[in-house]
Design a protein around this ligand. Structure first.
Ligand code: MEV
Length: 303
């Protein structure tokens, strides 16, 4: 039997701009998706937490079946495998659930078939899965689902790892508002078509935050990184990606002692992240967030 794991991810700085060739600073988190794969008469994908059991299909109305089909196609000879996935991430919440699922399924199938791939190649191949869910993924989600750690991702370039001087302690809160990455990426594309110069300027501003963020992570400067996250949240809001609930979560986190807070992922709902000084203060921030969030938890990255 083959086994595979795909991590969830949080984008510290740079979502959306990364679709347009700017860098993003992101990290893989411990929560993710575990999958197993075993030879079978016919291929199937089971996701018990979603009460789902499906066969591969090219039906446009069944994205998950189509994504599974796309992954089976990456092998020279189409394998027949029964795959089961244990998903420990909220879907549609900006934590890279679909990429983690794709990477876990691919890794389990590779393992069952004795196919070896480096993390970077696995992330690239798993894009066949991601493209089914949104037409123009930058690749940051599959890259972090596959590699973990903290890194700067830029489309078409090798992932550049960043070694944090001290672990990053994040309070992650789910607004409970479902968000569609495809929808939000389309919304930014329409704004870009209407007013290219202004949106390009915003992306350049975000790229500058990422460059400074990388230095702050390497120096262990929590105050600077927090300020950069606040500024990034402001620029994402100017792209109409925030919601009243996400604003309330960010405000609550800052008032409870977080050094910075922002939406993470596609926005329009989903999760926010708040940077905390240490685990103790993150506990306090999580407790405050739990009052208004669907769920809040601590993610520690870079240990
Ligand atoms: C989604 O997690 C991040 C986006 O930048 C889309 C992408 O990079 O493909 C919104």
């Amino acid at each position: 039997m083959g086994e595979g794991f795909g991590r969830g991810k949080v984008i510290l700085l740079g979502e959306h701009a990364v679709v347009y060739g700017r860098p993003a600073l992101a990290c893989g988190i411990e929560r993710g998706v575990r999958a197993t794969a075993a030879p079978a008469e016919a291929s199937r994908l089971d996701v018990p937490v979603w009460d789902l059991s499906l066969a591969p299909s090219t039906d446009a109305e069944e994205p998950l079946a189509r994504a599974f089909d796309a992954l089976l196609d990456v092998y020279g000879e189409r394998p027949r495998l029964a795959v089961e996935a244990d998903v420990a991430l909220p879907a549609g919440a900006g934590l890279g659930c679909s990429a983690a699922l794709g990477v876990a399924v691919l890794a389990a199938m590779d393992d069952a078939l004795g196919v070896e791939r480096e993390a970077e190649e696995r992330a690239e191949v798993a894009l066949a899965w991601e493209r089914v869910f949104h037409g123009n993924p930058s690749g940051v989600d599959t890259a972090m689902a596959s590699a973990g750690g903290v890194a700067v991702f830029r489309r078409g370039e090798p992932l550049r790892r960043v070694a944090p001087k001290r672990p990053l302690i994040l309070a992650v809160a789910n607004s409970g508002e479902a968000s569609s990455t495809k929808h939000m990426v389309d919304s930014v594309r329409r704004q870009h078509e209407r007013n290219e110069a202004r949106i390009e300027e915003t992306f350049d501003g975000i790229a500058a935050l990422v460059r400074n963020g990388e230095l702050a992570v390497a120096a262990g400067d929590v105050i600077a990184l927090g300020q950069l996250m606040d500024l990034n949240h402001g620029l994402l809001s100017s792209l109409l990606l925030s919601t009243t609930k996400l604003e309330a979560l960010c405000e609550t986190a800052r008032a409870a002692g977080a050094k910075g807070a922002k939406l993470t992922g596609a926005g329009g709902g989903g999760c926010m992240i708040a940077l905390c000084e240490d685990r103790e203060s993150a506990g306090g921030v999580c407790a405050a967030l739990e009052e208004i969030a669907d769920e809040a938890f601590i993610a520690e990255v870079g240990t």
